[in-house]
Design a protein around this ligand. Sequence first.
Ligand code: SF4
Length: 82
Amino acid sequence: MSWVITTACEGERLAKCVVACPEDAIQTAPGAKQYYINPLKCTECGLCDLTCPVAAIFPEHAVPKQWRNSVEENKSFFLNLS
Ligand code: SF4
């Protein structure tokens, strides 16, 4: 299990969550529309959620229905990086 950044993040570039994460689990890449959480690094502390100005971050089990695709998108982002 991991926390997940949904597409509600798209276009949001403050990146407070990146700074807040003690595990360095949140990344983006040139051309990517949003930030993503690496499920292999996330320890589910929830600190990223506290900083998100657009309420885009959820525990995997609580991702709202309209953003369920984001669960796989967060995982595949890191698979494609390696
Ligand atoms: S829940 Fe904690 S460990 Fe996981 S991405 Fe957010 S700040 Fe990082």
